[in-house]
Design a protein around this ligand. Structure first.
Ligand code: SF4
Length: 264
């Protein structure tokens, strides 16, 4: 149960950093790449099943122009060429995020960056600072946790990512469905879906995701790793994710690689 307090967006020139560490990107288009993670403080949502610690009594406050030095100092190891900026919710940090991304892409012309987002903010303030070449090295990976995604985010994100559960709790009832992620659908749960899960997502964001997948924007689905590899619940999640890509063949199946390898 996530008890971390949600926080609003900040309009600061200082980036609030939770931690930085070297690991391997476990999900999405750059899955498998060794990466330096920069985790930012705070999230505007409070998803019940969130497994990320994004609050800290001792945040690092950092001017964007010093972000490279800061990451180096925190990780105490060489930076990888691929950075992942995650949270919490990175786009919550407005201008400071935009300037940090610009600085990092400018400093190393071969560097690539993933920004992982819940989709509730526009990415425009970040994108407006980038040259065409810099834009090509930035991947915005949207993993929605709400039924409505910011319209500019919907348009500009580079990929969608969903962590799939086979079953969830809806108003006290446990119901199995095709595997759409609980938190995206949460607001509509209960009244809108039949046993096959058909009408459940008929009028929501996911239809648009399906359209975007058809148009070439990648959609990654990962079964939620829970209860350990081989556990019945994880096997059910794997089946749900597999069923989903069979049903929507433009979707791409993956696993939460970092959990297989028990990485940070
Ligand atoms: S949006 Fe992501 S980081 Fe924020 S509470 Fe939900 S799962 Fe956690």
């Amino acid at each position: 149960m996530n008890t971390q307090t949600p926080v609003k967006s900040v309009d600061s020139l200082t980036l609030q950093v939770h931690s930085a560490f070297n690991t391997v990107q476990g999900e999405g288009p750059n899955s498998g790449l060794p990466a330096t993670f920069l985790r930012l403080i705070g999230c505007n949502l409070q998803c019940v099943n969130c497994d990320t610690t994004y609050t800290s009594p001792e945040p690092y406050d950092c001017e964007p122009s010093h972000v490279e030095t800061l990451i180096n100092g925190i990780t105490d190891a060489p930076l990888y060429n691929h950075l992942v900026i995650t949270g919490g919710e990175p786009f919550r940090q407005g201008l400071a995020l935009a300037m940090a991304v610009k600085t990092l892409l400018l400093h190393d012309k071969t560097r690539t960056i993933d920004i992982e987002t819940n989709g509730t903010y526009s990415p425009s303030h970040v994108l407006s600072l980038l040259t065409e070449h810099e834009r090509k090295r930035l991947f915005i990976v949207c993993s929605p946790k709400t039924r409505v995604v910011n319209s500019e985010m919907r348009e500009h994100c580079d990929a969608w990512k969903f962590v799939i559960s086979a079953a969830h709790i809806v108003r006290g009832d446990e119901r199995a469905f095709l595997g759409w992620p609980t938190q995206v659908l949460g607001g509509q749960a209960g009244s809108k879906f039949n046993a096959a899960g058909e009408s459940y997502f008929a009028d929501n964001l996911l239809l648009r995701v399906i359209d975007q997948a058809k148009a070439g924007k990648p959609v990654y689905v990962h079964p939620e790793e829970i209860g350990g590899l081989g556990s019945p619940i994880y096997c059910a999640n794997m089946t749900a994710a597999l069923n989903l890509v069979k049903r929507y063949p433009t979707f791409r199946l993956g696993v939460q690689l970092h959990k297989y390898y028990e990485l940070a």
